[in-house]
Ligand binder design. Structure first.
Ligand code: NDP
Ligand code: OXD
Length: 316
Protein backbone atom coordinates (compact mmCIF):
# COMPACT_ATOMS: atom_id res chain seq x y z
CA UNK A 1 0.00 0.00 0.00
CA UNK A 2 1.35 3.47 -0.86
CA UNK A 3 1.82 6.32 1.63
CA UNK A 4 -1.37 7.92 0.26
CA UNK A 5 -3.24 4.87 1.57
CA UNK A 6 -4.25 3.81 -1.95
CA UNK A 7 -3.04 0.73 -3.76
CA UNK A 8 0.33 0.55 -5.41
CA UNK A 9 0.41 -0.49 -9.07
CA UNK A 10 3.15 -2.42 -10.84
CA UNK A 11 3.40 -1.75 -14.57
CA UNK A 12 4.89 -4.78 -16.33
CA UNK A 13 4.61 -4.00 -20.04
CA UNK A 14 6.55 -5.19 -23.07
CA UNK A 15 6.44 -3.16 -26.27
CA UNK A 16 4.13 -0.46 -24.85
CA UNK A 17 4.85 3.08 -23.72
CA UNK A 18 5.45 2.57 -19.99
CA UNK A 19 5.83 6.31 -19.23
CA UNK A 20 2.53 7.12 -20.90
CA UNK A 21 0.71 4.44 -18.90
CA UNK A 22 2.48 5.57 -15.72
CA UNK A 23 1.24 9.15 -16.20
CA UNK A 24 -2.32 8.01 -16.89
CA UNK A 25 -2.52 5.56 -13.96
CA UNK A 26 -0.61 7.76 -11.54
CA UNK A 27 -3.61 9.79 -10.39
CA UNK A 28 -3.66 8.94 -6.68
CA UNK A 29 -1.63 5.77 -7.09
CA UNK A 30 2.08 5.04 -6.85
CA UNK A 31 3.02 3.39 -10.11
CA UNK A 32 6.25 1.43 -10.35
CA UNK A 33 7.85 -0.59 -13.12
CA UNK A 34 8.65 -4.32 -13.16
CA UNK A 35 12.37 -4.12 -13.43
CA UNK A 36 12.85 -1.95 -10.34
CA UNK A 37 10.66 -3.85 -7.86
CA UNK A 38 10.83 -7.60 -8.52
CA UNK A 39 9.54 -8.64 -5.06
CA UNK A 40 8.03 -5.52 -3.55
CA UNK A 41 5.56 -6.32 -0.72
CA UNK A 42 3.87 -2.94 -1.18
CA UNK A 43 2.47 -3.79 -4.62
CA UNK A 44 -1.26 -4.46 -4.71
CA UNK A 45 -2.12 -4.53 -8.42
CA UNK A 46 -0.29 -5.32 -11.66
CA UNK A 47 -1.12 -3.88 -15.08
CA UNK A 48 0.48 -6.19 -17.63
CA UNK A 49 1.17 -6.81 -21.31
CA UNK A 50 3.47 -9.76 -22.06
CA UNK A 51 5.10 -9.41 -18.64
CA UNK A 52 8.30 -11.27 -17.87
CA UNK A 53 7.25 -14.76 -16.63
CA UNK A 54 7.80 -15.15 -12.90
CA UNK A 55 7.80 -11.42 -12.11
CA UNK A 56 4.32 -11.53 -10.53
CA UNK A 57 5.05 -14.61 -8.40
CA UNK A 58 7.57 -12.54 -6.45
CA UNK A 59 4.92 -10.06 -5.23
CA UNK A 60 3.62 -11.38 -1.90
CA UNK A 61 0.63 -9.01 -1.61
CA UNK A 62 -0.57 -8.92 -5.21
CA UNK A 63 -4.37 -8.81 -5.34
CA UNK A 64 -5.32 -8.09 -8.97
CA UNK A 65 -3.81 -8.54 -12.45
CA UNK A 66 -5.13 -6.31 -15.25
CA UNK A 67 -4.31 -6.96 -18.92
CA UNK A 68 -3.92 -3.89 -21.14
CA UNK A 69 -5.40 -5.99 -23.96
CA UNK A 70 -8.62 -7.91 -24.57
CA UNK A 71 -6.68 -11.13 -25.07
CA UNK A 72 -5.11 -12.73 -22.00
CA UNK A 73 -3.07 -15.53 -23.56
CA UNK A 74 0.00 -13.42 -22.76
CA UNK A 75 -0.97 -13.53 -19.06
CA UNK A 76 -1.44 -17.31 -19.04
CA UNK A 77 1.92 -17.71 -20.78
CA UNK A 78 3.43 -17.17 -17.31
CA UNK A 79 3.74 -20.62 -15.67
CA UNK A 80 4.10 -18.95 -12.24
CA UNK A 81 0.97 -16.82 -12.47
CA UNK A 82 -0.35 -16.10 -8.94
CA UNK A 83 -3.90 -17.18 -8.11
CA UNK A 84 -5.50 -13.71 -8.09
CA UNK A 85 -8.38 -12.31 -10.18
CA UNK A 86 -7.45 -11.32 -13.74
CA UNK A 87 -9.27 -8.52 -15.56
CA UNK A 88 -9.13 -7.86 -19.28
CA UNK A 89 -10.02 -4.97 -21.57
CA UNK A 90 -13.60 -4.51 -22.66
CA UNK A 91 -13.97 -1.10 -24.27
CA UNK A 92 -16.37 0.38 -26.75
CA UNK A 93 -13.66 1.97 -28.86
CA UNK A 94 -11.74 -1.32 -29.11
CA UNK A 95 -14.86 -3.06 -30.41
CA UNK A 96 -15.48 -0.19 -32.85
CA UNK A 97 -11.93 -0.41 -34.20
CA UNK A 98 -12.24 -4.17 -34.61
CA UNK A 99 -15.60 -3.81 -36.39
CA UNK A 100 -13.97 -1.26 -38.74
CA UNK A 101 -11.15 -3.71 -39.52
CA UNK A 102 -13.60 -6.56 -40.15
CA UNK A 103 -15.85 -4.44 -42.38
CA UNK A 104 -12.79 -3.12 -44.26
CA UNK A 105 -11.41 -6.60 -44.98
CA UNK A 106 -14.80 -8.17 -45.76
CA UNK A 107 -15.71 -5.31 -48.13
CA UNK A 108 -12.31 -5.48 -49.84
CA UNK A 109 -12.70 -9.20 -50.53
CA UNK A 110 -16.38 -8.75 -51.46
CA UNK A 111 -15.60 -5.91 -53.93
CA UNK A 112 -12.58 -7.74 -55.39
CA UNK A 113 -9.96 -5.34 -54.09
CA UNK A 114 -7.15 -7.85 -54.58
CA UNK A 115 -8.01 -8.43 -58.24
CA UNK A 116 -8.39 -4.69 -58.94
CA UNK A 117 -5.04 -3.87 -57.28
CA UNK A 118 -3.38 -6.52 -59.47
CA UNK A 119 -5.12 -5.06 -62.53
CA UNK A 120 -4.02 -1.54 -61.65
CA UNK A 121 -0.40 -2.71 -61.51
CA UNK A 122 -0.89 -4.00 -65.07
CA UNK A 123 -2.86 -0.87 -66.19
CA UNK A 124 -5.67 -3.29 -67.10
CA UNK A 125 -9.17 -1.80 -67.60
CA UNK A 126 -11.51 -4.70 -66.91
CA UNK A 127 -14.77 -4.50 -65.03
CA UNK A 128 -15.39 -7.47 -62.75
CA UNK A 129 -18.59 -9.14 -61.66
CA UNK A 130 -20.37 -7.48 -58.71
CA UNK A 131 -22.32 -9.48 -56.13
CA UNK A 132 -24.85 -8.18 -53.65
CA UNK A 133 -23.90 -8.57 -49.99
CA UNK A 134 -27.09 -10.55 -49.42
CA UNK A 135 -25.57 -13.42 -51.43
CA UNK A 136 -22.49 -13.56 -49.21
CA UNK A 137 -22.40 -15.25 -45.79
CA UNK A 138 -19.76 -14.10 -43.31
CA UNK A 139 -19.10 -16.58 -40.51
CA UNK A 140 -17.58 -15.18 -37.32
CA UNK A 141 -15.77 -17.57 -35.00
CA UNK A 142 -16.22 -15.94 -31.57
CA UNK A 143 -19.28 -13.81 -30.86
CA UNK A 144 -17.83 -12.08 -27.80
CA UNK A 145 -17.38 -8.38 -27.09
CA UNK A 146 -15.69 -7.88 -30.46
CA UNK A 147 -17.46 -10.45 -32.62
CA UNK A 148 -20.93 -9.20 -31.74
CA UNK A 149 -20.17 -5.59 -32.73
CA UNK A 150 -18.57 -6.76 -35.99
CA UNK A 151 -21.64 -8.92 -36.70
CA UNK A 152 -23.96 -5.94 -36.25
CA UNK A 153 -21.89 -3.80 -38.62
CA UNK A 154 -21.88 -6.54 -41.28
CA UNK A 155 -25.64 -7.07 -40.94
CA UNK A 156 -26.21 -3.35 -41.47
CA UNK A 157 -24.39 -3.68 -44.82
CA UNK A 158 -26.68 -6.50 -45.90
CA UNK A 159 -24.37 -9.53 -45.42
CA UNK A 160 -25.72 -12.74 -44.02
CA UNK A 161 -23.93 -13.48 -40.76
CA UNK A 162 -23.24 -16.80 -39.01
CA UNK A 163 -21.58 -17.11 -35.63
CA UNK A 164 -19.77 -19.93 -33.83
CA UNK A 165 -19.23 -19.95 -30.05
CA UNK A 166 -18.29 -22.33 -27.25
CA UNK A 167 -21.69 -22.33 -25.59
CA UNK A 168 -25.12 -21.56 -27.10
CA UNK A 169 -25.59 -17.84 -27.89
CA UNK A 170 -28.49 -15.91 -29.40
CA UNK A 171 -27.57 -12.76 -31.33
CA UNK A 172 -30.21 -10.81 -33.29
CA UNK A 173 -30.01 -11.48 -37.01
CA UNK A 174 -27.15 -13.99 -36.68
CA UNK A 175 -27.46 -17.72 -37.40
CA UNK A 176 -25.62 -19.23 -34.45
CA UNK A 177 -23.80 -22.54 -34.04
CA UNK A 178 -21.75 -23.80 -31.12
CA UNK A 179 -19.28 -26.40 -29.99
CA UNK A 180 -17.63 -29.21 -31.93
CA UNK A 181 -21.05 -30.45 -33.04
CA UNK A 182 -21.97 -27.12 -34.65
CA UNK A 183 -18.67 -26.44 -36.40
CA UNK A 184 -19.21 -28.43 -39.60
CA UNK A 185 -22.59 -26.84 -40.36
CA UNK A 186 -21.23 -23.36 -39.49
CA UNK A 187 -18.33 -23.75 -41.94
CA UNK A 188 -20.50 -25.24 -44.69
CA UNK A 189 -22.72 -22.13 -44.54
CA UNK A 190 -19.79 -19.65 -44.58
CA UNK A 191 -18.11 -17.90 -47.54
CA UNK A 192 -15.91 -15.45 -45.62
CA UNK A 193 -14.56 -16.79 -42.32
CA UNK A 194 -13.69 -14.11 -39.72
CA UNK A 195 -11.73 -15.42 -36.73
CA UNK A 196 -12.20 -13.46 -33.49
CA UNK A 197 -11.51 -16.23 -30.99
CA UNK A 198 -9.20 -16.03 -28.01
CA UNK A 199 -6.09 -18.22 -28.03
CA UNK A 200 -6.63 -20.95 -25.43
CA UNK A 201 -5.59 -24.61 -25.19
CA UNK A 202 -8.93 -25.45 -26.86
CA UNK A 203 -8.49 -23.10 -29.83
CA UNK A 204 -4.76 -23.40 -30.55
CA UNK A 205 -4.19 -24.31 -34.20
CA UNK A 206 -7.93 -24.57 -34.90
CA UNK A 207 -7.60 -22.80 -38.28
CA UNK A 208 -5.93 -25.68 -40.09
CA UNK A 209 -6.32 -27.22 -43.54
CA UNK A 210 -9.15 -29.46 -42.42
CA UNK A 211 -11.16 -26.53 -41.11
CA UNK A 212 -10.56 -24.49 -44.27
CA UNK A 213 -11.72 -27.44 -46.41
CA UNK A 214 -15.06 -27.19 -44.60
CA UNK A 215 -15.82 -23.68 -45.92
CA UNK A 216 -18.21 -23.12 -48.81
CA UNK A 217 -16.15 -22.61 -51.96
CA UNK A 218 -18.86 -22.86 -54.58
CA UNK A 219 -20.22 -19.41 -53.82
CA UNK A 220 -20.97 -15.94 -55.15
CA UNK A 221 -17.39 -14.78 -54.50
CA UNK A 222 -15.82 -17.60 -56.48
CA UNK A 223 -14.07 -19.08 -53.46
CA UNK A 224 -13.69 -19.08 -49.70
CA UNK A 225 -11.93 -16.27 -47.83
CA UNK A 226 -10.19 -16.20 -44.42
CA UNK A 227 -9.84 -13.13 -42.17
CA UNK A 228 -7.99 -13.69 -38.87
CA UNK A 229 -7.75 -10.87 -36.33
CA UNK A 230 -7.95 -13.08 -33.22
CA UNK A 231 -4.52 -14.55 -32.52
CA UNK A 232 -1.79 -15.98 -34.71
CA UNK A 233 -1.54 -19.19 -32.72
CA UNK A 234 -5.10 -20.02 -33.74
CA UNK A 235 -3.84 -20.63 -37.28
CA UNK A 236 -1.46 -23.03 -39.04
CA UNK A 237 0.28 -20.86 -41.61
CA UNK A 238 1.64 -23.77 -43.66
CA UNK A 239 -1.96 -25.00 -44.00
CA UNK A 240 -3.20 -21.56 -45.07
CA UNK A 241 -0.54 -21.40 -47.81
CA UNK A 242 -1.43 -24.90 -48.96
CA UNK A 243 -5.13 -23.98 -49.02
CA UNK A 244 -4.43 -20.81 -51.04
CA UNK A 245 -2.31 -22.69 -53.51
CA UNK A 246 -4.72 -25.58 -54.15
CA UNK A 247 -7.88 -23.45 -54.38
CA UNK A 248 -9.36 -24.37 -50.99
CA UNK A 249 -9.01 -20.67 -50.16
CA UNK A 250 -9.38 -17.82 -52.62
CA UNK A 251 -7.84 -15.06 -50.50
CA UNK A 252 -6.85 -14.22 -46.92
CA UNK A 253 -6.46 -11.14 -44.73
CA UNK A 254 -4.23 -11.82 -41.72
CA UNK A 255 -3.60 -9.39 -38.87
CA UNK A 256 -2.02 -11.91 -36.49
CA UNK A 257 0.66 -14.56 -36.96
CA UNK A 258 2.17 -17.63 -35.32
CA UNK A 259 5.34 -15.58 -34.73
CA UNK A 260 5.18 -11.77 -34.44
CA UNK A 261 6.66 -9.75 -36.03
CA UNK A 262 5.99 -11.96 -39.06
CA UNK A 263 9.45 -13.32 -40.01
CA UNK A 264 10.99 -11.76 -43.13
CA UNK A 265 11.26 -15.21 -44.69
CA UNK A 266 7.51 -15.92 -44.45
CA UNK A 267 5.87 -16.64 -47.82
CA UNK A 268 2.77 -14.78 -46.57
CA UNK A 269 4.49 -11.39 -47.10
CA UNK A 270 4.64 -11.77 -50.86
CA UNK A 271 1.68 -14.03 -51.58
CA UNK A 272 -0.45 -12.25 -54.22
CA UNK A 273 -3.71 -13.21 -52.50
CA UNK A 274 -2.77 -12.44 -48.90
CA UNK A 275 -3.25 -9.05 -47.21
CA UNK A 276 -0.98 -8.57 -44.19
CA UNK A 277 -1.37 -6.07 -41.34
CA UNK A 278 0.98 -6.00 -38.31
CA UNK A 279 -1.38 -6.96 -35.45
CA UNK A 280 -3.04 -3.59 -35.90
CA UNK A 281 -6.75 -4.42 -36.21
CA UNK A 282 -7.73 -2.83 -32.88
CA UNK A 283 -5.10 -1.19 -30.70
CA UNK A 284 -5.61 -0.60 -26.97
CA UNK A 285 -5.90 3.14 -26.33
CA UNK A 286 -4.28 4.01 -22.96
CA UNK A 287 -6.18 7.33 -22.70
CA UNK A 288 -9.47 5.47 -22.96
CA UNK A 289 -8.48 2.41 -20.92
CA UNK A 290 -6.62 3.88 -17.94
CA UNK A 291 -9.77 5.45 -16.37
CA UNK A 292 -11.63 2.13 -16.82
CA UNK A 293 -8.79 0.29 -15.07
CA UNK A 294 -8.66 2.82 -12.22
CA UNK A 295 -12.40 2.41 -11.77
CA UNK A 296 -12.00 -1.38 -11.43
CA UNK A 297 -9.17 -0.94 -8.91
CA UNK A 298 -11.33 1.48 -6.91
CA UNK A 299 -14.20 -1.01 -6.97
CA UNK A 300 -11.87 -3.74 -5.78
CA UNK A 301 -10.64 -1.54 -2.91
CA UNK A 302 -14.27 -0.82 -1.92
CA UNK A 303 -14.99 -4.55 -1.97
CA UNK A 304 -17.42 -4.25 -4.91
CA UNK A 305 -17.95 -6.74 -7.75
CA UNK A 306 -15.53 -6.42 -10.69
CA UNK A 307 -16.29 -6.21 -14.41
CA UNK A 308 -14.54 -8.18 -17.14
CA UNK A 309 -13.15 -10.95 -15.00
CA UNK A 310 -11.31 -13.66 -16.91
CA UNK A 311 -12.45 -17.25 -16.45
CA UNK A 312 -9.21 -19.04 -15.52
CA UNK A 313 -10.54 -22.49 -16.41
CA UNK A 314 -11.72 -21.42 -19.88
CA UNK A 315 -8.58 -19.29 -20.43
CA UNK A 316 -10.42 -16.18 -21.68
P1 NDP B 1 -14.61 -12.53 -25.62
O1 NDP B 1 -14.02 -13.30 -24.51
O2 NDP B 1 -15.60 -11.46 -25.33
O3 NDP B 1 -15.27 -13.54 -26.67
C1 NDP B 1 -14.66 -14.72 -27.06
C2 NDP B 1 -15.60 -15.50 -27.96
O4 NDP B 1 -14.90 -16.68 -28.41
C3 NDP B 1 -16.87 -15.97 -27.24
O5 NDP B 1 -17.96 -15.90 -28.12
C4 NDP B 1 -16.52 -17.43 -26.92
O6 NDP B 1 -17.65 -18.29 -26.84
C5 NDP B 1 -15.69 -17.81 -28.12
N1 NDP B 1 -14.86 -18.97 -27.81
C6 NDP B 1 -13.86 -19.06 -26.90
N2 NDP B 1 -13.36 -20.31 -26.87
C7 NDP B 1 -14.06 -21.02 -27.77
C8 NDP B 1 -14.04 -22.38 -28.19
N3 NDP B 1 -13.19 -23.28 -27.65
N4 NDP B 1 -14.92 -22.78 -29.13
C9 NDP B 1 -15.79 -21.88 -29.67
N5 NDP B 1 -15.87 -20.58 -29.31
C10 NDP B 1 -15.02 -20.17 -28.38
O7 NDP B 1 -13.37 -11.93 -26.43
P2 NDP B 1 -13.30 -10.58 -27.29
O8 NDP B 1 -14.39 -10.58 -28.28
O9 NDP B 1 -13.17 -9.40 -26.38
O10 NDP B 1 -11.86 -10.76 -28.00
C11 NDP B 1 -11.60 -11.88 -28.83
C12 NDP B 1 -10.12 -11.96 -29.15
O11 NDP B 1 -9.75 -10.93 -30.07
C13 NDP B 1 -9.16 -11.71 -27.97
O12 NDP B 1 -9.04 -12.85 -27.16
C14 NDP B 1 -7.86 -11.38 -28.68
O13 NDP B 1 -7.12 -12.55 -28.91
C15 NDP B 1 -8.33 -10.81 -30.03
N6 NDP B 1 -7.99 -9.39 -30.18
C16 NDP B 1 -7.20 -9.04 -31.26
C17 NDP B 1 -6.88 -7.71 -31.49
C18 NDP B 1 -6.10 -7.32 -32.68
O14 NDP B 1 -5.72 -6.13 -32.79
N7 NDP B 1 -5.84 -8.20 -33.62
C19 NDP B 1 -7.35 -6.66 -30.58
C20 NDP B 1 -8.16 -7.13 -29.49
C21 NDP B 1 -8.45 -8.45 -29.31
P3 NDP B 1 -18.77 -18.08 -25.70
O15 NDP B 1 -19.59 -16.88 -26.18
O16 NDP B 1 -19.54 -19.35 -25.72
O17 NDP B 1 -18.04 -17.80 -24.41
C1 OXD C 1 -5.56 -7.35 -27.54
C2 OXD C 1 -4.69 -7.09 -28.69
O1 OXD C 1 -5.66 -8.49 -27.10
O2 OXD C 1 -4.40 -5.90 -28.97
O3 OXD C 1 -6.18 -6.39 -27.04
O4 OXD C 1 -4.27 -8.02 -29.37
Amino acid sequence: MSQSGRGRILLALTGQDVDHWRRLLGDGYDVVTGRAYPSDPSIDHAVVWKHRPGVLAGLPNLKLVISTGAGVDHVFADPDLPDVPILRVVAENLATHMAEYVVWRVMDHHRQGMAYRAQQAERAWEERNQQTAARVAVGIMGLGQLGRVAAKALLSLGFRVNGWTRGPRAVDGVATFHGDDGLKAFLAATDILVVLLPHTPATQGIVDYNLLRGLRRDNALGGAVLVNAGRGRLQREADILRALDDGTLKEASLDVFEAEPLPQASALWSHPRVFVTPHAAAASDPEHLAPLMLEQIARFERGEALDNLVDRDAGY
